[in-house]
Ligand binder design. Structure first.
Ligand SMILES: O=P(O)(O)OC[C@H]1O[C@](O)(CO)[C@@H](O)[C@@H]1O
Length: 603
């Protein structure tokens, strides 16, 4: 039974660890690592390798290890063998670019950050060590794997949301000297280079890990009330294997913005002291976390991306995995502009453009599902009939220089928006959510490839104008998406699929140029679903509380509250969504997204 009040959004959802797994903390965690290292070493001096995700707080980690294992020599692999930062900057200059926001995705491996000769030398030195040694740092395994003898391997893992919070608070990129650099540039360096390389690297460790340490809780940007937990590699692997076979939620994160609103604060019970909340990222497994909980209630936080990387086929399904690789292709998030402002007027790149320019293999196709709407809510979508494109571009450029505001109403449609409307936004379509809207974005995962065209003359939260990219926008705007086309193709394309008793199933999108299929179900009692071999992402858009149950008892009933997004992994198969014993709502509504053409019943 749910522990939160009826209908109240759960902000810290957890995923159970196997019954026999325990979260270790403090000195006992390091003692367990030391025991494992000693057992592997036999007659030799034991070795613990702590491979830390870039952005982990190494000084604090070293202090914790030294406190627990005072007789061990701790070697900072980064100090010993990393290439000078100027060398790394030059190596990745083409990926990092001069732009504030956009880089080019790197295909490098962690070796590119290290001096191979110094790694060799360090390996020889560690090989000859007579006392117990800890190798610490991102890529520490590069040294250890040069050795012929076994060692205990610890991954000090971190999620991207925590990394971003630390960057905002002054943390640098990996070994860079940029504490005061523009946050957009720090993020760019993570997104296009560091995190890509680091994810590729850590995936090579997963099968060999002896322990996973929650480095989010070591030097956290904001107080979490948690001490850093450690679980065994076995618990990590088994926990993820189980997680990919039952419904789950990732840990949502909430972020303020220039256009942010008040709806989430009130309805999702967020900090009333904050001026606003703009976004809630409720299903972006690339950035969110999973909270793994043991049978005694102790919790360890890991990146939810680990689930995607470790269990891609069970999670995504064979066909979706074949199409996207180990990437979670569906993103759900909230955009809250209730009593806030308009989003920027924007456009996303076409597939060909995002591939050629940024090295992304699929693009940021989107849609706005209206979870709620004020009386005056509108969605800006598509250009007006007969627009003079040169005049519009000239007006956008004049607005960018501050010469005069952009007359958006002259060029862009503003469609009235009400609760449960669904607006489809294939890449290349000009769009923006207006003020007084509560949008559930159901989109492809890419989320930073936004070409802002006009930001309504306002400044960003950092006091400087947010970046506008009219040149990129011009190359991607599809001008034939005028009023008539937009209305016929992108506004409320709802189609009833079946209607039986109290259950109605509708298709609400997305547009045929987008790969996501969205089905909405209305019901009073229950609806039977089947993943049919592909991942489902759902949100309870109407009703206070439901539970997800297994007709075969394959997983324990899982409670979902209003507005919560949840993932049903492909491996689940059949599942039932039904009202709970304490539900008070008369009617429920869910929206369910999957990748079109990947269900077993689709030829
Ligand atoms: O550019 P703005 O005005 O912040 O718009 C909101 C942004 O949030 C997203 O919807 C999701 O990250 C982007 O597509 C969009 O750019």
């Amino acid at each position: 039974m749910s522990t939160v009040p009826l209908g109240q959004y759960e902000k810290q959802p957890t995923v159970p660890l196997p019954a026999d797994a325990r979260v270790l903390t403090g000195a006992s965690a390091w003692a367990a690592a030391a025991d494992a290292a000693a057992a592997k070493a036999g007659e030799r001096a034991p070795l613990i390798v702590v491979d830390a995700y870039p952005g982990a707080d190494l000084p604090l980690l070293a202090k914790a290890i030294a406190g627990a294992l005072p007789d061990w020599r701790i070697v900072d692999v980064e100090d010993a063998a990393a290439l000078p930062i100027a060398h790394i900057d030059a190596r990745f200059a083409d990926n990092l670019t001069e732009d504030r926001v956009f880089g080019v995705l790197s295909h490098a491996t962690v070796d590119a950050f290290y001096d191979a000769e110094r790694l060799d030398k360090l390996a020889v030195e560690v090989d000859g060590a007579t006392g117990p040694t800890v190798l610490l740092g991102w890529g520490a395994d590069l040294v250890a794997r040069r050795l012929a003898h076994p060692y205990a391997l610890v991954l000090a893992d971190m999620a991207r949301w925590e990394l971003q919070l630390r960057q905002r608070a002054g943390a640098t990129n990996w070994r860079a000297e940029n504490p005061d650099e523009d946050q957009l540039r720090k993020y760019k360096r993570g997104f296009f280079v560091e995190w890509r390389v680091a994810d590729r690297h850590k995936t090579t460790l997963f099968d060999r890990l002896d322990f996973v340490l929650d480095a989010n809780a070591i030097g956290s940007a904001e107080p979490t009330g948690r001490t850093a937990g450690m679980i065994t590699g076995e618990a990590f692997r088994a926990g993820l294997r189980d997680a990919a076979r039952a419904p789950l939620r990732v840990v949502p994160f909430f972020d303020p913005g220039v256009w942010g609103g008040q709806w989430m604060k009130q309805r999702l019970d967020l900090d009333p002291g904050k001026p606003n909340y703009a976004w809630c990222f409720d299903c972006v497994p690339e950035e969110n976390s999973l909270l793994l909980e043991d049978a005694e209630g102790a919790v360890v936080e890991i990146p939810s991306l680990d689930l995607v990387l470790a269990q891609p086929e069970a999670l995504l399904g064979e066909r979706t995995y074949a199409r996207f690789g180990a990437e979670f292709p569906i993103r759900f998030d909230f955009l809250d502009t209730m009593e806030g402002g308009n989003l920027s007027l924007q456009v996303h790149p076409l597939t060909d453009y995002i591939q050629r320019t940024f090295g992304m293999h699929y693009t940021q196709d989107e849609s706005y599902y209206m979870l709620d709407a004020g009386d005056d809510a509108v969605v800006y979508l598509g250009t007006k009939d007969g627009v003079d494109r040169d005049a519009m571009l000239a007006d956008l450029r004049a607005a960018e220089t501050g010469e005069r505001p952009f007359p958006a109403e002259r060029y862009v449609n503003a469609f009235p928006a009400k609760k449960h409307d669904h607006f489809l936004i294939p890449a290349g379509t000009i769009h923006s959510s207006g003020a007084n809207s509560m949008v559930l974005e159901i989109s492809a995962t890419p989320f930073i490839f936004t070409f802002k065209l006009w930001d309504w003359g306002r400044l960003g939260l950092d006091g400087v104008p947010r970046p506008v990219h009219i040149d990129h926008g011009e190359r991607n705007l599809v001008w034939k998406r005028d009023t008539a086309w937009t209305e016929a193709n992108l506004v409320n394309r709802v189609e009833t699929i079946t209607s039986e008793g109290d259950v109605v199933e509708e298709r609400t999108g997305l547009h045929e140029l987008e790969f996501i299929e969205v089905r909405r179900h209305w019901f009073a009692e229950e609806v039977t679903h089947d993943t049919e071999g592909t991942v489902n992402v759902l949100n309870l858009v109407e009703g206070d509380e439901v539970e997800i149950t297994s007709p075969t008892g394959a997983f324990a009933p899982y409670t979902i509250h209003y507005a919560e997004t949840f993932i049903v992994p492909a491996a689940v198969g059949p599942y039932v969504i039904r009202r709970t014993a304490r539900s008070r709502s008369e009617r429920f509504g869910t929206v369910k997204a999957s990748v079109r053409g990947t269900r077993t019943s689709e030829a």
